[in-house]
Design a protein around this ligand. Structure first.
Ligand SMILES: [Zn+2]
Length: 436
């Protein structure tokens, strides 16, 4: 069944990758979102959708919305969302050009292949098929293709929920990234992750003030020295393990599928047995604070009066206050701190008809597979969408080969997605959206 939309999803993913939508976080060097939005808009209108094009807060920050009416207008609508922007890529590091969209060796290659032009291609192919074939889904579907996810959504989802909440009218639930991909837990035994929670994003600027002076002299109030010490203390600090309900749900699902036990006395050790996916899961056991930027000084022999750092903090649901208390203890009184980006954690539960529909769609295409809830250590547009009272899940289905280190491909060099996975995902999405 459904051959044409599977082929189309592969083609659309490749073509979307060829539209460079690099988002650097700076207006001057962020490109391509309008072109990608216009491409999506054209594909939707071609089959008869009415579309809405909105620029979110600045010229070129293009977003596209389209609705497909369902059989029961009394039910809340389901939002299917994806972002059109990607993080930068340096072509000199890649085996193929990151904006080539090359389809070779069984993969679609390029920046955005897994984050997340694959899901955009799958969604677009499914939306087009439904329109062409006159499919009436059980409830209204709202398709949204968004700008600026990779810089936190201030010029995308955050702007849209604040300024154009009407575009989300009637929406009660949403699916987007990051979930739906399979993790191989045993011989031919796959668990498909469904994201039910995200840690909070808290990007923090640290500032230390000292006394300026000559680099050749004795000096006991050096801002660089003090900042460096504080940054090192924080970077080496391990925040306590806190098992949230969602992480507990993940661990007990894995135990019920595999029999694997997670010894609460050595959770990081137990989680490490999950392979590469443990990089994500391990980060959901505790808050983290990774220093990422440093800046100070302007001349080798001048001690500057100010030194600054940026730290990428990720905070578990319900931990913000305790996290801040711990921060202040580690940093000490000489370090000023401020949040440059602060988006709260989000969390829902792994139950209900929508979860059942995701599970049934996966199992119809991969008999014997299971679905498991998990917590994303990063953040997505779900943060903004959740603020409208919408229940958010990460579900972009992909059946992956057991040896592929999938999580390393996000923002990675040689980002690529298996062609078969995109074809599989399109079949699952088609089933899911007919039964949601
Ligand atoms: Zn993404």
């Amino acid at each position: 069944m459904n051959l044409s939309s599977q082929d189309e999803a592969v083609e659309l993913t490749s073509e979307l990758i060829r539209i460079d939508t690099t988002n650097t976080g700076e207006a001057a060097t962020t490109v391509g979102e309008r072109a990608a939005a216009e491409y999506v808009l054209g594909k939707l209108e071609e089959v008869g959708y009415e579309t809405t094009y909105v620029e979110s807060g600045a010229p070129g920050r293009g977003n596209v919305f389209a609705r497909l009416p369902g059989a029961d207008p009394g039910r809340g609508a389901l939002l299917v969302h994806g972002h059109l922007d990607v993080v930068p890529a340096d072509p000199t590091e890649w085996s193929v050009h990151p904006f080539s969209g090359a389809v070779q060796d069984g993969y679609i290659w390029g920046r955005g292949a897994v984050d997340m032009k694959d899901m955009v291609g799958m969604t677009l192919a499914t939306a087009r098929r439904f329109k062409r074939d006159g499919v009436v889904p059980p409830r209204d579907l709202v398709f949204a293709f968004l700008a600026d996810e990779e810089a936190g959504g201030a010029f995308g989802s955050q702007w849209l929920v604040e300024n154009r909440p009407d575009l989300f009218d009637g929406v009660t639930e949403a699916v987007g990234e990051v979930g739906g991909f399979s993790v191989t837990l045993g011989e031919d035994l796959r668990a498909y992750t469904i994201e039910i929670a995200e840690k909070g994003i808290a990007w923090m600027r640290l500032r230390v003030r000292g006394r300026a002076g000559h680099g050749s002299m004795l000096h006991d109030d050096n801002a660089v020295t003090k900042l460096a010490a504080a940054v090192a203390r924080l970077g080496e600090h391990e925040f306590p393990i806190v098992l949230t309900d969602s992480v507990r749900a993940f661990l007990s699902s894995v135990t019920s599928i595999t029999g694997m036990e997670f010894d609460e006395d050595d959770l990081p050790g137990a989680v490490a047995k999950l392979g590469p996916f443990s990089r994500v899961v391990g980060a959901t056991l505790r808050d983290t604070a990774n220093p990422t930027m440093l800046s100070a000084g302007y001349k080798a022999n001048v001690i500057p009066s100010v030194a600054e750092a940026v730290v990428d903090c990720r905070v578990l649901p319900g931990r913000q206050e305790a996290f801040e208390r711990e921060l202040d203890e580690i940093l000490g009184p000489d370090v000023e701190r401020e949040w440059v980006t602060h988006l709260p954690a989000v969390e829902t539960t792994f139950d209900g008809d929508l979860v059942d529909a995701m599970t049934a769609a996966v199992q119809a295409e991969d008999p014997g597979a299971r679905t498991i809830p998990y917590v994303l250590s990063g953040g997505t547009d779900a943060k903004a969408i959740h603020s409208l009272g919408i229940r958010c899940f990460g579900f972009a289905p992909l059946r992956l080969p057991p040896d592929l280190d999938f999580t390393a491909l996000f923002h990675g060099v040689d980002e690529r997605v298996p062609v078969d996975a995109v074809r599989f995902g399109t079949r699952v999405l088609d089933r899911f959206l007919r039964t949601c």
